[in-house]
Design a protein around this ligand. Structure first.
Ligand code: IMP
Length: 183
C-alpha cells in the first residue's frame, strides 16, 4: 500500500486500485459496445468524478469528448436535498448529442435525478449515467443508472475522487473512513 499517510484513517479498504481499474475496464467495454458508431460526450460532475473520468476515458479505444459540470446541492449535513445550483455549466451544446454522465457515487440520487432532467431539457439524443459506486438509498431513486461499478453498503467512503472535507480524494483505493476522523 502507498497509503501510509492515512494509516488509521481508514477502517477498511473496500476496493484496491487494481479492482477499480479492472471494473472500469469492464464498464468501458460495455459503454464502447453500446455506443458503437455513435458520437459520445462524457460529462464529469466535479470534483468527485475527476479520477473516474480520467481512467474511464483512457480505457476507451474510441474517440470521446469530455466536458464538466459543477453543481452544489443545498442540503443539511451529509444528505442532499435535491435542490441544486449550477456552479459551472457545460461548455458544449448537447442538442442532438449522446451524453453519458460520469459520477463517483450515487447516494440518495437526488443530485443526479435533477441533473438528468436538466440535461434532458436541452434536447440531447440521449442521457445516461455511469457511476462507479452506488449506495442502497439510491435504489429507490427514479433515475435509471445504466452503468454501475459496485453497489456498496451505507457507510461514508473516501478515496479515488471521494472526499471528506476535501481530503482523501487523491487516494488510489476506496475505503471506509474511521468514525474517529469526523467525530
Ligand atoms: P446524492 O444527491 O445524495 O446522490 O449525492 C451524491 C453526492 O454526495 C456525491 O456526488 C458525493 O459528492 C457525495 N457523497 C455521497 N456519499 C458519499 C460518501 O460516502 N463519501 C463521499 N462523498 C459522498
Amino acid at each position: 500500500m502507498d497509503e501510509t499517510h492515512v494509516d488509521g484513517d481508514l477502517v477498511e479498504v473496500l476496493f484496491t486500485e487494481e479492482q477499480i481499474q479492472q471494473r472500469l475496464a469492464e464498464l468501458a467495454a460495455e459503454v464502447q459496445r453500446d455506443y458503437a458508431g455513435e458520437d459520445l460526450l462524457i460529462v464529469g460532475v466535479l470534483k468527485g468524478a475527476v479520477m473516474v473520468m480520467a481512467d474511464l476515458a483512457r480505457t476507451f479505444e474510441r474517440h470521446v469528448e469530455m466536458d464538466w459540470m459543477a453543481v452544489s446541492s443545498y442540503g443539511s449535513g451529509t444528505k442532499s436535498s435535491g435542490v441544486v445550483r449550477i456552479l459551472k455549466d457545460l461548455d458544449t451544446d448537447i442538442n442532438g448529442r449522446h451524453v453519458l454522465i460520469v459520477e463517483d457515487i450515487i447516494d440518495t440520487g437526488l443530485t443526479l435525478s435533477w441533473l438528468v432532467s436538466n440535461l434532458n431539457s436541452r434536447g440531447p439524443a440521449s442521457v445516461e449515467i455511469c457511476a462507479l459506486l452506488r449506495k442502497p438509498d439510491a435504489l429507490q431513486m427514479t433515475v435509471d443508472v445504466k452503468y454501475v461499478g459496485y453497489d456498496i453498503p451505507n457507510a461514508f467512503v473516501v478515496g479515488y475522487g471521494l472526499d471528506y472535507a476535501e481530503r482523501y480524494r487523491n487516494l488510489r483505493c476506496i475505503g471506509t473512513l474511521a468514525p474517529a476522523v469526523y467525530s
